[in-house]
Ligand binder design. Sequence first.
Ligand code: IMP
Length: 181
Amino acid sequence: MHPDGEKIVLTEEEIGKRVRAMGEEISRDYQGKEILCVGILKGAMVFLADLVRRITAPAQFDFMAVSSYGASTRTSGVVRILKDLDRGIEGRHVLIVEDIVDTGLTLNYLVENLKSRGPASLNVCAFLDKPSRRLAPVDIHYNGFTIPDEFVVGYGLDYNESYRNLPYIMVLRPEVYGKGK
Ligand code: IMP
């Protein structure tokens, strides 16, 4: 494990198995339809890359970037679109792909925003769910794992932009917070 880690929460094997099953489920549900996977940068990038390769239904992908926590582990509640979709989504079957739902503020905003653009359908696929911290309601159609209220990194998730490349999910050692790397 990375030296800044306290414990591994999800191993590479566990993640691979779950992502494969999610891909199969999504493929079944979207039979005969083309999915537009909307990845939320940067955290969902690793999950989306693995997931789309497990989806057998026709799929395209696009990305959005929204404002994030920066170096803090607490949410500000303010959502700002830093990069919007390249194309319109009217009449498309949109699947938002997110790394983790924590307070739900980000996704709640994104769902409302994308709904207003007239997609044929709109579902949410989140790799991790931390339901204990929810402030805004989010309907998660595909959920990888539910985890307790601990700050985790790896598999796309960062602390101050680091650790995204780790192939597993780990909890950071408390001493690492506030190091301001
Ligand atoms: P929400 O708006 O509070 O649901 O925040 C969602 C976003 O916060 C995610 O897309 C992540 O970028 C970030 N986030 C929330 N919890 C964690 C965590 O445990 N580790 C890393 N990033 C997190």
